[in-house]
Design a protein. Structure first.
Length: 58
C-alpha cells in the first residue's frame, strides 16, 4: 500500500479536543453534555451528590 493511500485511510483517526463550556451554576469549566464535577448539576438539576453535600445531610 502506498504512503498516499495509507495516509488517506488514517485521515479520520485524529483526536479532537473535548468541548468545554462554563457551568451556569458555579461558573467552572465543564465538558458539554456532562454533569459538572464541581457542583454536580446537569441542566439545572442536582444529579451528583457530592461529598460535602452528603456530610451536610447527616
Amino acid at each position: 500500500m502506498s504512503r498516499h493511500r495509507r495516509g488517506n485511510r488514517r485521515q479520520h483517526l485524529a483526536l479532537t479536543a473535548p468541548t468545554l463550556v462554563t457551568c451556569p451554576e458555579c461558573g467552572s469549566l465543564m465538558r458539554a453534555h456532562f454533569a459538572c464535577k464541581n457542583c454536580g448539576t446537569y441542566k439545572g438539576r442536582q444529579v451528583i451528590a457530592l461529598a460535602s453535600q452528603a456530610a451536610d445531610q447527616r
